[in-house]
Write a protein of this length. Sequence first.
Length: 206
Amino acid sequence: MGFSGHLVFACSERPLLKAPLFDSTGPGLRDDVHEWQPRLGGWQTLQLEQGIWEDEHLSALVEWSGAPACVADVSDSSVALVTGLDTNGHRWQAWLNLDNAAGLVIEVPEDVDDVSLWIATPEFKEAIGHKRAELDAEVPTDAEGALVWASAAGVQVAAQQSRIEELLRIQQTFVEELFDALLDELGFPEAVHSAPQPQETTSKRP
C-alpha cells in the first residue's frame, strides 16, 4: 500500500503545525504527521496521513503565512491533485500521473451495473483514452498557473513552461517524488541538509 493523505507546502519562519488551522480542525489533522526536510527560506512540507483537508484550509494557511501555498491530495502514492493558492486569491490545479488520474475521475455510464466487468471491456479502454486526452489538453493551462504561482512566491523561476508540462505528463511510481520534483523545477530552494558533525579527536600526550 502506498501513501494516501495530503502534502502541504508553505512558507513560514515558524513550524507549519503552529498554524491555527491545525488546532481548530481537531486532533485528527495533527496525527501521523511527517515533516519533510525543510527547504531554504522557510519553505516546509508536511505529510499528513490522517484527518480531512477542507478547501478553506489552504486559504487559512496562506493568510496565516502571508505567502503562497499548495496542497497535494494523494491517493495510494499513484495519483495526486495539486492545488495552489497565492496571496491574491489566484488558484491553480494540476493532476500528477495523468494515466492514473484518468482512471480515478472517469465517469461510469449509468447502464453499468458491475464496474469490475466494465473495466475489462473495449468501451472502458476507449473512455479512459478520452478522459486522458481531456486531462492532457489542460496541461498547458495547469503549467502556466504553476509558474505564475511560483513567481508570486518570490522564487527565481528558471524553468520553461515546456519543462513543467513535461513533468505534468510523465508517469512515476511514487507521486510524492513527482511532487517534490515539480517544486524543484519551479525554482523553490533546495532542501536544507544538516551539516555533518566533526568527529571528536582525543589528543594523546607522550
